[in-house]
Design a protein around this ligand. Structure first.
Ligand code: PEP
Ligand code: MN
Length: 337
């Protein structure tokens, strides 16, 4: 429920109401705006109806939040959230490009690709150290050594980093070395993990599950925000469909809809979304056009030797080409690279 206060209501008045909300057993939210204060009361709908906040003379309007997710909804916050990964803002006016290898494989592999993508305009370095692989016989990632290399690459290039955390037991270690925690598609509904990253203050890149609905994805984000961490970035990375010509089907509907329904930044991952390196640039242009807040792409200077996802990795030249072709689309969408 959203409680809009009258323009003359002060912060003190709001505090009295926030206490009442808490006493009803509901979660209070304080949202001061330019013209007036807005409060939120989250919890059991039946309790909400018995509270009669509309009877308070300082209350102008009481509106239900019609969506199941509350805190990530635009109903609660009409303006775009901007989440900072290190010194890089994600959301609002900005269109951010995150790039790097699927997996961190060695110091030379990571540093060379990091320098290259940085030169051409990437702002955030990606790289997996803990890898969720479909087969237990495939490369599982370098683990903590990979995190250390990411930190080193970050110090050398000045780019903040994003890397996946797969288990609750890894959260503290990943936080020590990495600027943004990635929740992979396979873990989007791992609610214990969502709560654990919600208890850190770190930005979280939440990837949509392979077969998750948009609502389920927004509810997963709600878990993180509800646990105390508002710094969530959503990511559409393709879903399972009957189509076999591409690895996944990149659902750009979801990007437009999530931007309408939620104030959180939304990224697109055209690398996993298509699984085909030649399709990464066209789908990146589409991402900018549809209103995404950025892209996250995989790049490797020697894709034929990559230990994971080489088929979808952009070479150094292809990454440079991507940035060139993307720029006019980002400008047309009214964003800054
Ligand atoms: C990745 O980013 O390398 C990855 C494993 O992504 P997803 O969870 O979207 O498959
Ligand atoms: Mn990958």
């Amino acid at each position: 429920m959203i409680i809009v206060l009258k323009p003359q209501a002060t912060e003190q008045d709001a505090n009295v109401l926030l206490n009442q909300i808490e006493q009803c057993g509901l979660k209070p939210l304080y949202m001061p705006g330019v013209e007036r204060i807005v409060l939120g009361a989250l919890g059991d709908e039946r309790v909400l109806q018995q509270c009669h906040f509309e009877a308070n003379p300082l209350v102008e309007e009481v509106k239900p939040i019609l969506t199941k997710y509350k805190r990530v909804s635009r109903d609660v916050q009409p303006h775009d959230s901007v989440v900072h990964i290190g010194n890089v803002p994600v959301g609002g006016q900005h269109f951010v490009v995150m790039a790097g290898p699927c997996s961190v494989e060695s110091e030379s592999q990571l540093l060379s690709v990091a320098e290259r993508v940085k030169t051409h305009g990437a702002r955030v370095l990606r790289g997996g150290a803990f890898k969720p692989r479909t087969s237990p016989y495939d490369f599982q990632g370098m683990g903590v050594e990979g995190l250390k290399l990411l930190k080193q690459a970050s110090e050398l290039t000045g780019m903040p980093t994003v890397s996946e955390v797969m288990e609750i037991s890894q959260v503290d270690t990943v936080c020590e070395y990495i600027d943004c925690l990635q929740i992979g598609a396979r873990n989007m509904q791992n609610y214990g993990l969502l709560k654990a990253v919600g208890e850190t203050g770190k930005p979280v890149l939440l990837k949509r599950g392979l077969s998750a609905t948009i609502e389920e994805c927004l509810l997963a984000a709600e878990y993180i925000v509800d646990a105390g961490n508002p710094n969530v970035i959503l990511c559409e990375r393709g879903i399972r469909t009957y189509e076999t010509a591409t690895r996944n089907t990149l659902d750009l509907n979801a990007v437009a809809l999530m931007k309408q329904r939620s104030h959180l930044p939304v990224l697109v991952d055209p690398s996993h979304g298509t699984g085909v390196r030649e399709l990464v640039t066209p789908l990146s242009r589409a991402a900018a056009a549809v209103g995404a807040d950025g892209i996250i792409v995989e790049s490797h200077l020697n894709p034929s030797e990559a230990l994971s996802d080489g088929h979808q990795a952009l070479t150094g030249d292809m990454f440079a080409q991507l940035m060139q072709e993307l720029t006019p689309f980002v400008q047309a969408a009214g964003r800054k690279l």
